[in-house]
Design a protein around this ligand. Structure first.
Ligand code: ADP
Ligand code: MG
Length: 408
């Protein structure tokens, strides 16, 4: 029987993949909810068929179904927990099938060659691989490779470079196997990890400042999906990752949804311990936000030139993108005021939801055996556990019905 190592509370425990799959069963949902468990056949197919790139969660799209860290940890564990030689063989076969080594050359310029020393899955809902390369000059290099059709990421990284902001390398390639993103590996520290780590407490104000800057830039570019797992912190510097939605029509509506769901830059302010602390952090957020808008307004022509260069002057959507930016920067003071109103309104909603999150946690402590009867409650409980998020997309649900069991 295949075994896999799992570290729990610092102890090494041998887990079979069957045991891991059983653990996943407890975290999945009875049909027809739309978030199924993995079967042994799913796993075997992924492990034996090199043409299957991702071991993705079996979740229906478009239904607002959310997953938790527990799901992604187990999903990765089913792949990464295998002995290294076996894992390298399985993932190496996939890399050969999809000709990944050629794409990695985007990060390692000829004539330097390399060998692949290790591959692990660091993705959330789908597989995203961290690859450790050994260059022929002896140096080690970690890069990330991910399937991605639209290349918003490289546009964004290069813009960061042009603006003089911290940036990382990112390349995109399209071939017969689809679209691929290859990126510098930025470590594993999410905002949540940074906030929870007492050693990085001194860095927090600086992280909040950088979040405010990225909130402003994100709003100007209509960058979506800016939740806390799409930022990483390395050496105190904040890096936005997973840039896939830009110039999104209705972007502000999504900003509201993410703040109300406790998973956007501004929601970190809810960690303030006192009213005075909150007021000070809020003032500092908006000061940085406004300064960033002002700064970006002076660089509007650079941003628009960059859009034209990246997406092509002749592309009919390019003027739509530059107009998107212009609309927001031309009267940035009015935009600033509108965003303040929007952010604060969503924040009030988030505070209300945080209370419900505590209520749900207390209810589960007392009634954990009942949780399977209420799949949406179970989903929110698992999705929000060990995260700052709170009832994301609740506005799309029937709140009264959803929360009725908590009242009883
Ligand atoms: N460049 C990177 N450096 C380090 N970790 C990364 C990097 N890119 C992605 N990751 C990790 O993989 C996870 C999933 O990648 P992401 O690009 O966000 O894909 P998805 O579209 O599936 O959310 C991220 O939340 C992060 O933990
Ligand atoms: Mg992501």
């Amino acid at each position: 029987m295949m075994t896999t190592m799992m570290v729990i509370w610092g102890e090494c425990i041998l887990m079979t993949s069957t045991e891991l799959l059983h653990q996943f069963d407890d975290l999945a949902f009875p049909k027809p909810f739309g978030f199924d468990s993995f079967t042994q056949a799913d796993l075997d197919l992924f492990l034996t068929d090199p043409s299957i790139w991702s071991f993705g969660l079996k979740k229906e799209r478009g239904k607002g179904i959310l997953y938790g860290k527990c799901h992604t940890d187990l999903r990765c564990q089913l792949v990464n927990g295998r002995p290294q030689a076996e894992r390298l063989k399985i993932l190496g076969d996939k890399f050969r099938f999809f000709r990944i080594a050629e794409k990695l050359h985007l990060m390692v310029r000829d004539p330097i060659s390399f060998t692949i020393e290790d591959i692990i899955d660091i993705g959330m809902g789908n597989s995203v691989y961290r690859v450790t390369l050994r260059l022929d000059n002896g140096q080690a290099m970690d890069v990330v490779v991910k399937q991605e059709e639209w290349d918003a990421q490289s546009f964004f990284s290069r813009l960061l470079l042009d603006l003089g902001w911290p940036y990382y390398r990112s390349s995109h390639i399209k071939d017969n196997y689809g679209g691929w993103q290859v990126l510098d590996y930025l470590g594993h520290t999410t905002i949540y990890d940074a906030v929870m780590d007492p050693d990085s407490h001194d860095e927090l104000p600086y992280i909040e400042t950088q979040l405010a800057r990225h909130a402003a830039l994100g709003d100007i570019l209509g960058r979506g999906d800016r939740h806390f797992e799409n930022y990483l912190v390395r050496d105190g510097i904040l890096y936005p990752i997973d840039v896939s939605f830009l110039f999104w029509d209705g972007s502000e509506e999504w900003v509201w949804k993410y703040i109300a769901g406790g998973m956007s830059e501004y929601t970190l302010l809810s960690l303030a311990k006192t009213e005075a602390d909150f007021n000070q952090r809020r003032a500092s957020f908006w000061k940085t936000y406004l300064e960033t808008l002002k700064d970006l307004a002076t660089q509007e022509s650079l941003i628009c030139r960059h859009i034209e260069e990246c997406f092509g002057e002749k592309d009919p959507l390019t003027p739509v993108k530059t107009a998107f930016v212009h609309e927001r920067l031309s009267d940035y003071q009015a935009f600033f005021e509108a965003q303040q109103r929007l952010y604060d309104d969503a924040f009030t909603e988030m505070v209300r939801r945080k209370k419900m999150k505590s209520q749900l946690q207390a209810w589960v402590s007392a009634h954990s055996h009942d949780l399977d009867e209420y799949p949406w409650l179970k989903m929110y409980y698992l999705a929000d556990r060990d995260r700052f998020s709170t009832f994301f997309l609740l506005e799309d649900r029937d709140e009264k019905m959803l929360l009725a069991p908590l009242q009883g």
